[in-house]
Design a binder for this molecule. Structure first.
Ligand SMILES: Cc1cc2nc3c(=O)[nH]c(=O)nc-3n(C[C@H](O)[C@H](O)[C@H](O)COP(=O)(O)OP(=O)(O)OC[C@H]3O[C@@H](n4cnc5c(N)ncnc54)[C@H](O)[C@@H]3O)c2cc1C
Length: 418
């Protein structure tokens, strides 16, 4: 394996950095694999990596229709946290957070995981009560959580306006100091490089447009580079999951919506944590390059066009400015969108489907980046062991049929709550 270190950097500098090996790709597509993973986002690549690393299964191909990490993995606002209320969601996200804490060392690739803290603002007594309940539940489970009053919040975040005269006065916050951000595309590249080194084949510009199904069992995928036989197929295509599922005759209980994000011009450090504004939805953090990254809720229409309206930008920015008035003259630089796969109860769909040996990892909506390492770990275990990983079991596709759905918001299963 080509390891990154100070020493290897110095050695390659002697040759003008011309002799680095390529990190993935370059091997021919075989006609058959043990496992084919459809989708080269963080989740698909992490699944390939843990299949090889944890289970010794490396006769694996990842087939991606465009470029690695070009889907939601590189379009998201990169917020990472495990401040969930229900047992299944909290344990899953906390497992992911623990994997994040060692991920750069594990992959020998700097994913720039930065535990700068995650702040969920409360704007009413009711929200404070709810956050206190959530913080206590998290602490009972061994997950770090603090409740901040207004003075503590102002000390942590000097730029925030906590005066009672603001449009949505702040009552306090739920704070998770281990939360933070990571460099989105580095996650895809890091997993791809490590998986490739363990023998996994990775193909960009290799889209899947159908499956071969014999009886009720999948036996292969039709790709733009030809048919490939597979014992097991893992579909990990986020917002395009229902389209691919339909090709196998499966109807998934989810809908796809565009979600926007946008960034400002780069500034000197001004916001040192991740902040979620809860009177309407708006979130913000500052990248290491200095840009302010912002986002809000779903676009108000179904679709696969990764584009959003100006009304969403105006809505988010107006909320951000109520808490950070000093940012009102900052200019926006760029906007983009991804396609979020929204399940009917806001929690992911993981594991087996009605087609034997065809597994899905989807339904992460606009909250699955934080879960990337755990999604890879648990999907790999589910494939290798032939039964759901215990952390993934509560998220089975059959739960709607069985009448067991998740209620993370405590208000009944709600697609947009996660
Ligand atoms: C604007 C926005 C903000 C978000 N913010 C956050 C956040 O702050 N924190 C958080 O935790 N989550 C967030 N998310 C959600 C997060 O980005 C996703 O849940 C996560 O990245 C999904 O990863 P993935 O690997 O499953 O999907 P993707 O990265 O989308 O990968 C799926 C891949 O499948 C490929 N594909 C699709 N169809 C085919 C086909 N037919 N054949 C082959 N390949 C195909 C796509 O090209 C894509 O590369 C956000 C999402 C969006 C859109």
């Amino acid at each position: 394996m080509q390891r990154y270190s100070l020493l290897s950097l110095a050695r390659h500098a002697l040759h003008d950095h011309r002799d680095w090996r390529r990190n993935f790709g370059g091997r021919p597509l075989k006609s058959a694999y043990d496992v084919v993973i459809v989708g080269g986002g963080g989740h698909g690549l992490a699944t390939a990596y843990y299949l090889a690393k944890n289970h010794g299964i490396n006769n694996v191909a990842v087939v991606e229709k465009s470029w690695l990490g070009g889907g939601n993995t590189a379009r998201n606002t990169t917020m990472i946290r495990s401040d969930y209320l229900t047992k299944a969601n909290a344990e899953y996200k906390e497992f992911a957070l623990k994997l994040w804490e060692n991920l750069s060392a594990e992959l020998n690739f700097n994913v720039m995981f930065s535990q700068r803290g995650y702040i969920d603002l409360a704007h009413s007594d009711g929200q404070m009560e709810n956050f206190t309940w959530r913080a206590n539940t998290m602490r009972h489970r061994g997950i770090d959580a603090e409740i901040l009053n207004v003075d503590q919040l102002a000390r942590l975040l000097p730029e925030i306006d906590v005066s009672p005269a603001t449009r949505y006065p702040i009552h306090g916050a739920l704070y998770q100091s281990r939360g933070g951000t990571a460099r989105h595309d580095a996650v895809a590249w890091g997993y791809a490089r490590a998986a490739h080194d363990l023998g996994v084949d990775i193909f960009e510009h290799c889209g899947v447009d159908g499956f071969k199904i014999d009886g009720h069992r999948v036996t292969g995928v039709n790709t733009s580079q030809g048919h490939v036989s597979a014992d097991t197929v893992v579909v990990s295509v986020a917002g395009h999951s229902s389209l691919l599922a339909a090709k196998a005759g499966i109807k998934l209980p989810l809908e796809s919506f565009p979600v926007q994000a946008f960034i400002s011009e780069p500034l000197k450090p001004v916001i040192n944590t991740v902040i979620n504004f809860n009177m309407g939805l708006a979130y913000i953090n500052q990248t290491d390059k200095g840009e302010l990254v912002m986002g809000g809720g779903l676009e108000p229409r179904n679709g696969y066009l990764p584009r959003g309206g100006f009304d969403r930008i105006e809505d988010v920015v107006s909320r951000i400015i109520t808490i950070f008035p000093s940012l009102s003259r900052v200019r926006l630089m760029r906007t983009w969108a991804g396609i979020a796969d929204i399940p009917m109860d806001g929690s992911p769909l993981l594991g087996e489907s009605v087609v034997k040996n065809m597994l899905f990892n989807c339904g992460w909506g606009y909250a699955g980046f934080k879960a990337t390492p755990a999604a890879g770990w648990t999907m790999a275990a589910t494939v290798a062991d032939g039964k759901p990983h215990p952390l993934a079991a509560p998220f089975s596709l059959s739960r709607f049929h069985d009448g067991y759905s998740h209620d993370e918001g405590g208000v009944g299963p709600t697609p947009s709550l996660h």
